[in-house]
Each structure stands twice: as structure tokens, then as C-alpha cells.
Design a binder for this molecule. Sequence first.
Ligand code: PGA
Length: 253
Amino acid sequence: MRRKFIAGNWKMNKTVPESVQFARDLVSEIETYTHHDILICVPFTALVPVHDVVKGSNVKLGAQNMHYADSGAYTGEISASMLETAGCDYVIIGHSERRQYFGETNEILNKKMLKVVQTALLPIFCVGEVLEQRKAGDTERVVEEQIRTGLQGLSASDLSKVTIAYEPVWAIGTGETATPDQAEEVHKHIRRVIKNLYDENIANTLRIQYGGSVNPSNTVELLQRADIDGALIGGASLKVESFVEMIKIADRL
Ligand code: PGA
């Protein structure tokens, strides 16, 4: 049985005081919801102060990106050990905004994945097609390529640390969600790809989140699908009330 996994991705939102306030409110609201995993991926500047608030609670802490090098002349970048010592449990790798706006290719993301599995951080590896690729019937091929290249060289035991987030780019921040059928179809495909690359057991234990305009009104129908194990939520994770609502929904399922 895969535990449901609800994650908020704040992107470039919230100052340090706003982040700390959110974390305090969240921790007090969700104390009793323990049937699934809860994560907030906050800006780098908020990691340490938010960690002080969430430590010992059922809220896990994540970052939104990291570099693959251990240290060095990479102005503006952040390393895995910096994130670990800031209290991070998770890190998002390969979000479509990193791919689109910051030129992160499947090859660069593979270096990040190879690095992260050597650390105590748990990666959420994002994949997803853009609208033209979906219209061209290319979704499965694109997602498969992102997985094959992105995870190249990872062992079976490395895979046990990985969560995959399927996030169709056309559904991110647009208010347009993939239908549960569309999402489920790609999730099943991802599981098939993992089964071919590794084995059935690994494919069956892998958690696959859906992301792209998830909000309190579509959470139930998405999370009810057999292959959708959680959500990576942007906009609707920025308000405590809506994030908590989705957490409550996941806990009931
Ligand atoms: P959204 O973002 O929920 O605002 O569409 C999801 C994501 O980018 O992770």
C-alpha cells in the first residue's frame, strides 16, 4: 500500500516572516492528520526558520532545487549538504519551470539525481509534456525520455528514495487540470516505464504525484485513482486553509 503524499511547492513566494507564520498555522491545524505524508517546499531563505517550526511535527520540509556539485564556483546555486544541514528532508528536481526558464535538460537533471541519491535528501523528480507535445500525441514518449535519461545510472535501491511527480506543463498555474483519466493514463505509463527499467515490485512501490492546478475541488477525483498517490500543489498550497482542506481530503481516502 503506497502512502498518499501531499506536497506544497511555494515557488518564489513568501518572505521569511510569512513562511514562519504559515508553518505555525499549518502545524497546529494538521496535528491529527497522520495517515499520509505532508511536505512544504519553501524558498531557500525560509528553510532554517521553517525547520525550527516543523521539526518534530508531521510536516516535512523540502527545497525546490539544488546543484549537483558538492561546492565551488557556482554563484547563486545551492548544494545538497547545504540543504541537508538546513533541515531539509526532500528536494524537487526538474520542475518544469527549471526546465523552461533555467535551461535544465534531462542530462543536467540526471547529474542532480545521481547526486541526490548519495545524500539523505529524498527527491521529487518532475516530468511532464508541454501542450504541443500533448496535441501531437507525444506525451508518453516525452515522459519516458525524461525518466530514462533523468534516472540513468540510478540503482534499484536508489529508486526507493524517489517520488515522481507527473505535471503536464499546460496544466501548471493555468487553472486547467488534466482530467483524472488523462492523469491516470500517464501515471500508469510511468509505472510501466519503471517496471521495464527496474522491476514490478519497484514500479508498484514507487509513489507518483500529480501536479497542475490541483485544488480542493478536484483533489478527491484525482486522488481516488489507483495510480495517483498524491499531489504536488503550487497555487493552492499558498493559503493554509486550502492546503489543509486538501490534506484532510487525502487523509479520508
Ligand atoms: P499549480 O503548480 O498547482 O499552481 O498548477 C503546480 C506545480 O508547479 O508544482
